[in-house]
Design a protein. Structure first.
Length: 246
């Protein structure tokens, strides 16, 4: 009884497998028939699905010819505006500097006008009343003791003592090993001493310049200048001093 039951189950399983295989074959045949009947190219469908194409924009709307074009403006154009006022900037010019020229010295002239028409004038070899007579007379600048404006001789100042020697060479200038020539101007007072010495042209060495003025004011003595009346008056002196380095 058990053996017959097992055989029945195996037979039934084989029957179902054959039925399933037959159904699968039938379905395949039906599908192939549909494809062949519709004439579908599978490779072409796959290629067409990957094709690229351009999308064109929508065409413009048609022009409505029933609307008339706008009429041109026939109004006259406006006239040009009147010319405006033009302003011209004022030129700024710097004033020219005023250069004051020195006044020319007065031309010396004789206090008494000559009475002759000679082109040249001079002292005559004979006394007479004219200006600048050769002898004694009353004219201006008379040669004797007349009442003219001439006076006695003016005597310039004269140095009577004081000197600068090589022994006065400043130590600072000695160390630099440089000499030079200095020009000085100073005043000779009525007391015969030198005052207010100043440098007119430097030697290039400040030690030499200072030593020159210091020694002049300390050592130099003069006979002062005398005016036409014989009175001592101040005067200016100018001189050069050379310092030679040996």
């Amino acid at each position: 009884m058990a053996g017959s039951t097992t055989g029945f189950i195996a037979s039934d399983r084989r029957t179902r497998m054959r039925s399933a295989a037959g159904a699968a074959v039938l379905v395949g045949l039906l599908g192939y028939g549909l494809i062949v009947g519709m004439n579908v190219d599978i490779r072409r469908v796959a290629n067409d699905s990957l094709a690229v194409f351009n999308v064109l924009p929508d065409p413009p709307p048609p022009v409505d010819k029933s609307v008339p074009p706008p009429e041109p403006d026939t109004k006259p154009e406006g006239a040009a505006a009147p010319p405006n006022i033009k302003s011209k900037p004022t030129e700024v010019v710097a004033p020219k500097p005023k250069i004051e020229l020195p006044k020319p010295p007065p031309v010396p002239a004789a206090p008494i006008k000559g009475t002759q028409s000679d082109a040249m004038a001079g002292a005559a070899d004979k006394p007479g009343p004219g200006t600048g007579a050769g002898g004694q007379g009353a004219g201006l600048g008379g040669g004797g003791s007349g009442d003219g404006t001439g006076g006695g001789a003016v005597r310039p100042p004269r140095r009577i003592s004081g000197r600068i020697s090589a022994a006065d060479f400043p130590p600072e200038a000695v160390r630099s090993g440089r000499g030079g020539t200095v020009s000085v101007v100073y005043e000779v007072g009525v007391d015969g001493r030198a005052h207010d010495c100043r440098i007119a042209r430097s030697s290039g060495n400040v030690y030499l310049d200072n030593a020159t003025c210091r020694l002049i004011e300390k050592r130099f003595r003069f006979q002062p200048k005398l005016d036409a009346s014989g009175r001592p008056v101040p005067s200016l002196m100018g001189e050069d001093h050379s310092w030679i380095f040996n």
